[in-house]
Write a protein that binds this ligand. Structure first.
Ligand code: HEC
Length: 122
């Protein structure tokens, strides 16, 4: 009986800590590239490719090829420019708007992940 309540207490503590961590993360505007990787692979890789180079399988069918997210152009874009492009999309070029599909946190996370993609080609 005592053992069970110790377990429950530990569980509750753990839960509280992780919820607080999440809230803190969202509130101070920081991002998590690891979560961004999941967001990217689920939503973006089909067009932009696993490595972000714009060579995803669906991208091949678009009239405007998806951007190479490791390019110098994108590297030199500010966070706010890219956040806006991801949120609002680029309708005339076939880049979807993500703001109604992803949370603001997920959009920041995916941008953090995109930044890590170009680190490897620098
Ligand atoms: C249906 C295919 C498709 C999907 C899915 C897609 N994109 Fe795009 N994306 C595009 C196209 C097409 C462009 C425009 C390329 C151009 O301007 O030459 C683009 C452009 C961009 C740009 C602008 C790059 C620049 O040059 O400034 C960013 C950033 C971007 N996408 C990020 C994302 C992210 C993040 C996701 C996932 C949440 C995503 N895209 C999902 C097709 C896609």
């Amino acid at each position: 009986m005592r053992l069970v309540s110790v377990f429950m207490l530990t569980g509750a503590l753990f839960l509280t800590v992780s919820v607080e961590e999440q809230t803190a993360r969202a509130a101070d505007g920081t991002s998590d590239a690891r979560n961004g990787r999941t967001v990217f692979q689920t939503n973006c890789a089909s067009c932009h490719g696993e490595s972000g180079k714009g060579d995803g399988p669906t991208g091949a069918y678009l009239s405007v090829p998806p951007a190479d997210l490791t390019s110098e152009d994108v590297r030199n874009d500010s966070d706010s420019e890219l956040l806006s492009e991801i949120s609002n999309g680029i309708p005339d070029k076939g880049m979807p708007a993500w703001k109604s599909l992803l949370s603001a946190q997920e959009i920041r996370d995916v941008l953090a992940y995109i930044r890590t993609l170009s680190e490897t080609v620098k």
